[in-house]
Design a binder for this molecule. Structure first.
Ligand SMILES: *Cc1c(COP(=O)(O)O)cnc(C)c1O
Length: 386
């Protein structure tokens, strides 16, 4: 317990946690399960190039998301490039996407040879909305990327309507909403296609990897072709998922419900405890839908006096690896490629307000209690910490 301000690690005290606790999930499925799946590639002597485990994983993901098709990739990044390349309208140059989002998403669009046009976000969902998209659709719009935020979903049905009204393809980046439903329907089947990641920090840990789901057969064929270069003149990428990563992802998929049950316990405790601190709000999961309870995001309300950057420094010194939520927004970064944007005032204001807190597999209830006590202490001492 911290009693005086110099007990804070920021001022040289002992850190609250001996080993750092992370804002990433880092789920570790049972080793036995992973090794059991791994026997398949040992036996088959086929380690990559669409082996038995990759095929099984794609089948399992189709049933998990209730979609017709799934294609795995070596990363979420290349799954996104593959989807964009095969979906964007030919002869048009721009992709509408939010700026308050994943730090590499504009790079992905640029790799696909297109120009990001950043869209303002909705204040309530913190994500792209049909209203904001409609304002910036123009004759160069080749694709809309609906990115789900890290708590709950964006308005997928509203975006589908805009996409249909204007005849512009719609891709979802659903990396943060693997387990969610929207309006009662599982993610995976919205828009023309959806993209996911198996990066170790995500809900399903496949070390690295990604996949695309779709219900469109001709798109599926094109994406399959894109994912592997045949060396005979057809230009694809060498972007396959390997068997070992598929073994890890299959193990994670087997255990996903236990993982979510753990996340729910952690989220409930954060909500209960932090409801007693009036200057901080825990972003609420929409429990009318199915949800992963994975990410814990705090909003620092106007009553909270310590600047966010200082707070994050203080927490990091205690070995609590909190981070700012999607900061800086992409339009404020120095990109080496062209980007287009107008006034993004809401994005800029929102980008200053939120922090990510430790969550996922390795966070215990006892850790949440310690974090809560620390916040109480920091808040009490705010006047000397500003
Ligand atoms: C992590 C992430 C990606 C990229 O996935 P990788 O597998 O790491 O390439 C894309 N979009 C969002 C929203 C992400 O969080």
């Amino acid at each position: 317990m911290k009693e005086k301000i110099t007990d804070l690690a920021f001022f040289g005290g002992a850190p609250l946690f001996e080993t750092p606790i992370s804002t990433s999930n880092l789920v570790k499925p049972s080793l036995e399960r992973f090794l059991n799946y791994s026997k398949v590639f040992y036996k088959n002597k086929k380690y990559t190039g669409r082996g038995e485990l990759v095929v099984e994983l794609e089948k399992r993901l189709c049933s998990f998301h209730e979609t017709d098709y799934c294609v795995t990739f070596c990363s979420g990044f290349w799954a996104l490039v593959g989807a964009i390349k095969n979906l964007a309208l030919e002869g048009k140059s721009e992709v509408i996407m939010p700026s308050l989002t994943y730090r590499r998403l504009a790079d992905v669009v640029s790799w696909a040879g297109l120009t990001p046009r950043f869209c303002e976000v909705d204040t309530k969902t913190l994500s792209i909305s049909p209203k904001e998209v409609e304002k910036i659709i123009n004759k160069e719009t080749s694709l809309i990327i609906g990115v789900h935020p890290i708590v709950n979903c964006c308005d997928a049905l509203g975006l589908e309507k805009i996409s249909a009204d204007y005849n512009i393809p719609l891709l979802f980046d659903t990396v943060e909403s693997v387990y969610e439903t929207y309006s009662g329907k599982k993610t995976g089947g919205f828009g023309d296609a959806e993209c996911f990641s198996f990066h170790a920090s995500k809900l399903i840990n496949g070390f690295e990897g990604g996949y695309i789901t779709t219900n469109d057969f001709s798109l599926y064929k094109k994406i399959m072709k894109f994912s592997c270069s045949d060396g005979n003149g057809h230009v694809g990428i060498n972007g396959n998922l390997n068997e070992m990563h598929a073994a890890m992802a299959l193990s994670g998929l087997d255990e996903i419900n236990d993982n979510v049950a753990h996340n729910k316990k952690i989220y409930k405790l954060y909500s209960e405890l932090f409801s007693k601190i009036r200057s901080v709000r825990v972003l609420e999961f929409d429990e009318k839908e199915r949800t992963s309870y994975k990410n814990i995001v705090f909003e620092l309300l106007p009553e909270w006096k310590i600047p966010r950057k200082k707070l994050i420094d203080i927490l990091n010194k205690e070995n609590i690896l909190s981070r700012a939520y999607y900061y800086p927004p992409l339009h404020m970064k120095n990109a080496r490629y062209k980007t287009i944007f107008g006034d993004l005032q809401k994005t800029e204001i929102l980008s200053e307000k939120f922090i990510l807190m430790p969550c996922g597999f390795f966070v215990k209830e006892e850790d949440v209690r310690k974090i809560y006590d620390l916040f109480l202490f920091i808040e009490k001492e705010s006047s000397s910490l500003i």
